[in-house]
Design a protein around this ligand. Sequence first.
Ligand SMILES: O=C(O)CCC(=O)C(=O)O
Ligand SMILES: [Fe+2]
Length: 341
Amino acid sequence: MVMRLSAESVVEGRLRSEQVDQWRKSGYLIVNGLIDADRLQKLAALADTVFPEAGDPKADAITDFGSDGALVFPSQYNIFNDVTLDAALLQAVADLLRVPMSDIRLSQSDMWPKYGRASSQSRGDNRDQRIHVDYPNHSMLHPPAWDSPEAVELMIYYSDARDCGGETRVVPKLSADDDLYRYPIVDSPGIGELLFVNDRVSAESYLAKVAPESARFRQKLYAREAIVDYRPFDILFYRHDTWHRGTPLKVGSRRLAQNVTFRLAGAEWVSTLHPGWAWSAYRPTQFFEKWLARASVDQRGALGFPLPGSAYWTKETVAAVTARYGGFGFDPGPYEAALNS
Ligand SMILES: O=C(O)CCC(=O)C(=O)O
Ligand SMILES: [Fe+2]
């Protein structure tokens, strides 16, 4: 019997210390109730209109992760940005990494659909994924020692596993010297000289030929998988070094989920996965400037906008930044106050 994991609730918007410990020791944590449900409901309704319905021929071309830019940060839709940088979410990430909120930076937010099909189309298909860790496309390096995590990955589910299946599976880390979490983590396609293959059957037959010891090791990972039995608005917190994979959805169904990643401010080798915000600040609608002007100090901080008290802020820079964003409602108050304190 494969173990089914379900969400624990969050009270008063803050993870309990046992929940933080679980993420830090086992590599995953599933919670519900962290982000306001009305907010998530609004975003779910938006995503429903952005992505093709199950059965729409347009869905046929979608066989891998991501929205291809349709719903990534920063978005023309404020609700997407505000869920991405939700205050309770930022606090939870800071709690998991055991750092002040000023030390975390956003490096990914992508909301995407997955569709249920009877068979995988190619080696790159994400229908039935090979067991993997996510660090290779997030980091130029390798995750540091287990006890010093530098990033938090999370997945917000907007669908119900009872309707569409497609449960993510994770391999819980059982102890500090768990064999399945041997270091460095190299037993996966796409690491070192091993070619990237997404589909489970193709990946395992490839590895059986070119890396038989890894292939045998991976059978133990599959044997220890646990199922994330998600409900709408559950959040799976995991890590760049957590073994996990996506599994097939029920044929004819659609799952909506959002992947978000935060890194430590100092971990510059953890890249931002989509184009980021640079070119967004030059759009005719000025959506990014408008959102930034109204964002909270902490939301801006998670993008690297200097916090009150930073050496960047002087009387002159406060005035200059206000000259840029004041017309959109930017309040220089917090930055000014820190100058005078
Ligand atoms: O679809 C899922 O449940 C997991 C996706 C995933 O792990 C990935 O695309 O890297
Ligand atoms: Fe993954």
